[in-house]
Design a protein around this ligand. Sequence first.
Ligand SMILES: [Zn+2]
Ligand SMILES: [Zn+2]
Length: 426
Amino acid sequence: MNRMKKIQWKTWNGKRGGHVQLLGVLIMLMFLLCACGNTGSQQEVTGKSGGNSTDNDTEDTLATDEMQVHFMDVGHGDSTLITCGDHAMLIDTGDDSKGTTIQNYIQKRGIKKLDYLILTHPDKDHIGGAPVIITKFDIDQVFMSYYEKDSKTYKKVLEALDYRNLNYTTPEVGTVYTLGSAKFTVIAPNGGYDQYGDDSNNSSIGFVLENGKNRFLFTGDAEEAAENDIVKNGIDIRADVYQVGHHGSKTSTTEALLESVQPSFAVISCGVNDDHGHPNAQTLNRLRGMGVQVYRTDEQGSIIATSDGEKITWNCAPSTTWKSGEGTKSSDVKTEAAKENGTVSDEKKDLQDEIPDMEDAEVETQTQWDDTDQEVSTGYVLNTKSMKFHLPTCNKLPSQKNREDTDMSRDEIIAQGYEPCKRCNP
Ligand SMILES: [Zn+2]
Ligand SMILES: [Zn+2]
């Protein structure tokens, strides 16, 4: 009897032990799942919808989406669209005459939302088109440099953010953000640069973008002082593709930076009739000396690099001119590069509307009047080049090339950076 009781007890106890073990395994599993989730969010700051696919995947099983990096031809200035899977981000927006053209370029690709908008620094050739982009697209996160510029262009960007109830943040160096299967690590700005003449270039946000094994480096208009800090901060900046800092200016792309980056390819975003002398001969020689293949928007229009995680392919052949921007005349004609994609040539034409401008000066651009008859419609008429808007009955409407009819409200148009025509007072 006693024995039987003992056996019964043991059996029951054994069963109970089984339950305890099972419960233990479940708790461990839950803990592991939570731990994975936590590790993900500690290492990678994810956009609202970005990077969900990476959370529970190990590096071995992580599927790599196709990533495209579009270095858009915006004349003197920068604007780079990056797509990865269903995700998209935009780096800079050219000057204020390029906003609508960039908007069209993005919309043509079926993109309605940007995971990130990065405005590297507040010079007009980088943020001028931002009011249009901010009002036209849903944006999850806006990153801007800490540098606050006292300019009309900068004010318009802040007004557009206000209009959409958006705030900007300056990302911290070392933070990693995801974009589909791609991720980018912030490498700059590393601090204030007041001692270097308080210019906004050195305040540029810089980052390394990775998709699988492919790496791209962006440094905005960072000059020597900021480049030195980027090299020193210890983050791995080796990259297959280097977007040449400050449009190929001699103030950037130091030997120290290039030695750390060791790029195979370089892309220079610069204008044809570049009053700034970009790219500089010394910068081109440095790249040439390292055997880097150079692509340039002034010669080849918009340049698209496609990464499958293993290799990078291009929509055009690299430049072979090694021609510096010093002493170029406005009569220079862009060389025609072989294009695999026919639509790029069309977009190139759109994006080639050159307005020579000074990076830091607020230049009032001239409206191009056209006396041909225009059909009258309701709403307002935008001049996407001069950034003025008119009543459809105004007797000086823009030419068809720069004209966009819109049903938008007056407030929305102004939020995009347009100004009312002084003749028709819309
Ligand atoms: Zn610039
Ligand atoms: Zn700049």
